[in-house]
Design a binder for this molecule. Sequence first.
Ligand code: ADP
Ligand code: MG
Length: 267
Amino acid sequence: MTAVRHGHDTSAPSRANGVAAAVTDLTKVYGDGDTRVLALDRVTMAFREGEFTAIMGPSGCGKSTLMHCAAGLDTFDSGSVRIGTTELGKLTDRQLTQLRRDRIGFIFQAFNLLPTLTALENITLPMDIAGRKPDRRWLERVVAMVGLADRLNHRPAQLSGGQQQRVAVARALASRPAIVFGDEPTGNLDSRAGAEVLGFLRDSVRELGQTVVMVTHDPVAAGYADRVVFLADGRQVDEMTGPTPQRVMDRMKALDTQATGVHARTR
Ligand code: ADP
Ligand code: MG
């Protein structure tokens, strides 16, 4: 294996027309027979570089499944997922693991930090496992941005929920990934800590050019994004650019009315 120096991954494919990631005709089925669930039904969407997208929709509509498939954390039944120019379906398990580690950041609702490691050790863990040296200046920027400079030697138990999620945000950004996915990253935080984390995610897009995709059910959280994609029953049903909490709430109501007005759908 060739060593990667100075944090630059020379194996990373070149840009794909400003698209950081894309899913095409993505279909995911859970179970079979009576328990068969069509979680994603030919979903097609692209995430542009430097764009902050929120994914919304009723519980069970496939948001988490979409995140997990797009991030290479779960398999899918048909269609394709691209990160940059790399097709996930064509990778071996080992290549997929490597791509996930090097080019994708993930923030979960539960912070998923290792309790025995300090904040800094948690942030650099994925790179340490990969044997990659963090880009110090980048790391300092990320740590400063999320306001953790004076908490780096604390362990998760010594940090508030909001601070722990800031560690998780820094961990996701540390390797300078092509894209960061968040599945309800503010779901376990009070509104103030949530607003901080959302502000940092937005800053990572504005100041660092990061691409971010976030699942949320909160119109206020969606208001931080550049664009909102609405899912229902495993399909994209709407899209909004320049969302405000009020516009998002109005659209959710309208979609809800539409959905309840429709008779049992056949697939
Ligand atoms: P959301 O995140 O929007 O709430 P999910 O992506 O978690 O929705 O789930 C989409 C659909 O797939 C739901 O009907 C859910 O019950 C089903 N589902 C999710 N995960 C599994 C699983 N591991 N096994 C079986 N069904 C699942
Ligand atoms: Mg979910």
